[in-house]
Design a protein around this ligand. Sequence first.
Ligand SMILES: Nc1nc2c(ncn2[C@@H]2O[C@H](COP(=O)(O)OP(=O)(O)OP(=O)(O)O)[C@@H](O)[C@H]2O)c(=O)[nH]1
Length: 316
Amino acid sequence: MGAMSVRNSNPTPAHRAGFACFVGRPNAGKSTLTNALVGTKVAITSSRPQTTRHTVRGIVHRPDAQLVLVDTPGLHKPRTLLGERLNDVVRATWAEVDVIGFCLPADQKLGPGDKYIAKELAEVRKTPKVAIVTKTDLVESKQLAEQLIAIDQIGRELGIEWAEIIPVSAVGGQQVELLADLLVPLLPESPALYPEGDLTDEPEQVMVAELIREAALEGVRDELPHSIAVVVEEMIPREDRPKDRPLLDIHANIYIERTSQKGIIIGPKGSRLKDVGTKSRKHIEALLGTPVFLDLHVKVAKDWQRDPKQLRKLGF
Ligand SMILES: Nc1nc2c(ncn2[C@@H]2O[C@H](COP(=O)(O)OP(=O)(O)OP(=O)(O)O)[C@@H](O)[C@H]2O)c(=O)[nH]1
């Protein structure tokens, strides 16, 4: 009873702040979940795998905590130099964060891809791990229950102690708040790490490049998605514009690996490229809050995925 009254006399818990990252196979729903938690579009989502190449952070501001989400690329068996670098980024991130959220889609049985990641996760001893079953809106409760059991079992098999196992639907907005509530206690006591109102610390140019890449990926098939990289060369306000009608000039290059891919990106009479420009410009204007003139060029960077020099130039 005495202890109770002591606790009641100090009802405000300490402020917490720290980093969380979501891992999971491509398309597991990591970016969508990041957006749902942060409440605005910062990470790039697409129905195609492996679109998140840059470490994009979303920041959840709460009165009691600040949760900084680091959205890493999907971990996968490396086939190219780019693949190896991406995996290095993922492992470095795991060692640095305060909690790892392992995303497993409810509508797909645990597969080799998930097990590969789980094995790697088991090697990371210190960082607490939360299993997050995503896309619960796509399944009946029986299938969800089976998935929860399977996750519990794989944890036992590999010696991973899940700090929590939680089902969520980012699209349906179910349990997203609860997920934040469960992650916060796993963060260290700390004052806020970022000013209130910051949603991401990704440089604007990287976010702009991602928006262009996202538009360029729409409707292209198979191999091409992995061959596209976008670099924003410059962003400069147009001179001699009236104050109330500013215009931002953005010059960006879309890099592909082979000349033969040029036609696919550009389309008949340039129609596809024009479409990519129009679509991404709308998103960029919404992001930056200013009218934009977007100048896009398609360039061939031969086999850039395998060439360390090109990779550095393209920001990897
Ligand atoms: N129905 C439903 N679909 C979802 C949900 N979350 C994500 N998706 C869809 O699943 C697909 C992949 O989602 P992303 O968030 O891009 O997945 P990701 O894990 O970030 O993918 P990578 O960037 O490729 O690693 C998209 O088409 C999303 O719309 C959800 O809660 N419900």
